[in-house]
Design a protein around this ligand. Structure first.
Ligand code: PLP
Length: 429
């Protein structure tokens, strides 16, 4: 780091510390005592378990996740074993580790191991399901106006190849009740009986909205529509029971919230669709059933996928999902209240409380100098990083700029206080 960088860091850290002292003074003594005793989470865990550079304020876990040192160690151990004898590793050993990792993850997400496999990422997950479905010009695929871009393009690509149509549910804000969302899906399904395949987000990326997927899946089932759940943000954030959910397909990144190295997502297919489902890249074992079809898609690096079990072990070592959720959700709410109080004009996204993603918060930015374009988004994100060492997600949603912050086990209120101070600086200066 240069001297200038260092002085920036010092300023940033002291600004955050100053803000936090004020913030702490505003809290009652009792609450503070509780906070002091309460937690294995926060600063210590960040220093001990994560590799993030000390000077960074990490508030964007939802984009690319973060891998604990313990899991990285397991990954390098496997890489070393693989290099000691690449022949035995690939011919005889890796399958056993890959299966064990799937089984461990299957327990976490409430799935039978037979219906679950790994793909590289959620984008590969949607493409796998779409390519395993037979579309004609008489069919439709349903997305929504906030569906993740790669998922939208996946639908579009299939439409270009097969002549099928792409329909989109339109969300506008405020949303007052989750039933409004269910009604919009019902209306689309009823108006377009040609819809064959619905891509339904579990947590919508830009808005961090938790969608009422259960009633939507039910509507799809009643109409024989294949339901694909884009749960990119779900594993490690939401308690999952995939065997009971009733969807046909589910994909979800392990690398976002489940402490797994990048290159690992779950892919679930239920008993109705499993026999028609094939891996995207042809497997050496294409005709040997679902499990082996997703293994040996050519020679590849399995080190991330075989570490997913270690990611799950790490999650359990912290007390499991329920303890992590307790910490993250409480801090998220505290953070949002602080932001609305201290950053005049900031306002949380207008959605009902049961639609707020557990580990993320989204608020509309107050008056600012940035263009309402993707360039404006990039500029603001860069300013926050370059001037204040903050990694946070900025989103342009229906011609307004929003900030999406993530809370995970290492996040503390100082990070939020620093974000608010930084926004006060960059938005108007
Ligand atoms: C809702 C949603 N779907 C899909 C994706 C794509 O995930 P990946 O880039 O791992 O394929 C993301 C990534 O952030 C997402 O938020």
């Amino acid at each position: 780091m240069s001297e200038i960088d260092r002085s920036h860091v010092a300023l940033a850290v002291s600004a955050a510390a100053g803000g936090y002292i004020l913030y702490s003074l505003m809290k009652s003594r009792g609450e503070q005592d509780q906070a002091d005793v309460k937690s294995k989470f926060g600063k210590e865990i960040r220093q001990n378990d994560f590799c993030y550079s000390q000077h960074l304020f990490i508030l964007d876990h939802g984009s690319y996740g973060g891998v604990p040192r313990q899991v990285l160690k397991v990954k390098s151990k496997y890489e070393e074993i693989a290099e000691k004898n690449p022949f035995q590793w690939n011919l005889n050993e890796v399958l056993h580790h890959w299966r064990a990792s799937i089984a461990r993850v299957a327990e976490l997400v409430g799935s039978s191991s037979n219906n679950l496999t790994f793909v590289l990422n959620a984008t590969a997950g949607v493409m796998t399901a779409l390519r395993s479905t037979n579309f004609t010009p008489n069919d439709g695929i349903l997305i929504n106006n906030l569906t993740y871009t790669s998922m939208q393009y996946a639908a579009q690509q299939i439409a270009e190849e097969t002549g099928c149509k792409v329909y989109s549910v339109n969300f506008t804000f405020p949303i007052r009740h989750s039933q409004e969302i269910v009604n919009s899906y019902r209306q689309m399904f009823d108006e377009h009986p040609d819809i064959k395949f619905a891509i339904i987000d579990y947590i919508v990326s830009p808005t961090a909205m938790l969608m009422p997927i259960k009633p939507i899946i039910k509507l799809a089932r009643e109409r024989n529509i294949i339901s694909f759940i884009d749960g990119a943000h779900a594993p490690g954030q939401i308690e999952l029971h995939l065997d009971e959910l009733g969807c046909d397909y589910f994909t979800g990144n392990m690398h976002k919230w489940a402490f797994t190295p990048r290159g690992c997502a779950i892919f679930y297919a239920n008993s109705t669709v499993i026999s028609q489902t094939h891996s995207l890249i042809v497997s050496h074992y294409r005709y040997k059933g679902f499990e082996l079809d997703f293994y040996r898609q050519g020679t590849r690096d399995y080190s991330s996928q075989i570490c997913a079990g270690a990611g799950v072990d790490y999650l359990h070592s912290l007390g499991g999902l329920s303890e992590i959720r307790n910490y993250n959700m409480k801090l998220r709410e505290e953070a949002m209240n602080y932001i609305e109080r201290e950053l005049k004009g900031a306002r949380r996204l207008q959605i009902p409380p049961d639609m707020v993603a557990p580990f993320m918060g989204v608020f509309e930015l107050p008056d600012h100098k940035y263009d309402l374009t993707e360039d404006g988004v990039v500029k603001l994100r860069n300013d926050l990083y370059k001037k204040h060492w903050i990694e946070v997600s900025i989103k342009l949603i229906q011609q307004k700029l929003y900030c999406r912050f993530s809370i995970h086990v290492y996040t503390v209120m100082d990070d939020i206080v620093h974000l608010v101070n930084a926004l006060k600086d960059v938005l108007r200066s």
